[in-house]
Design a binder for this molecule. Sequence first.
Ligand code: SF4
Ligand code: SF4
Length: 231
Amino acid sequence: MGRLYDMLSKDIRYQEGMTACINCGTCTAVCPAAEFYKYDPRQILDTVQTKDESAIENLLKSDTIWYCGECMSCVTRCPRSNAPGLVIIALRSLSQDLGYFTESEKGRQQLALKRTVGDWILEHGYCVYVRKVSFENHPEAGMIWKWELENLDKLYERLGANLDGKGPGVLRKIPQESLNELKRIFDVTGGIERFNQIENKSLEKATELGLTDGEYFTKIYTTNNGNHMRE
Ligand code: SF4
Ligand code: SF4
């Protein structure tokens, strides 16, 4: 058995998610991600159960493991009680631990997720903190979003939200005490360590490519090789 399979098989999500795959393809047939992306959960489970070191390494360095939406529709349908979604989460964690995620376009985007959703949760208590959804990084939102950002306070007041305000209300400021508690949860569960790992490995990749941190971030945020979707 190879080193990578050994590491993977220690993950509780792998242990719970993989019994034995009979390659029936039911998971792929019900998978919403497989409908849009060049993605096949059946193939992922089949690759993993070969225990082949280089095939698993290729998987960990590929775009494939980042297409899953973690909806777990596959779990309810598998005739062998596998949970492909859980196996994929275990593969993602291993890819992050080993720094292999920087080898694929979708994997490199983990840094963008960490610096947006991840950091916003810790800094503001929200997955999406509207003031930081910049127009530059989201041109697809159009000029209306640019205008909304420039008029955010007036607009949210009209909509009845309490943006960054004290007391109750939608989008209210989350008290520091609650943010400290969130940070503690991320500390204890290994979330902060994982965030740091994503930062460190991404910095290594940026250096390898001769890019500054800012250039690397813009590149991963805006690059799309156009080869992800099913035809
Ligand atoms: S549904 Fe289950 S047994 Fe069938 S291919 Fe998917 S994981 Fe394997
Ligand atoms: S958990 Fe992932 S693999 Fe399973 S159905 Fe949802 S998107 Fe597809």
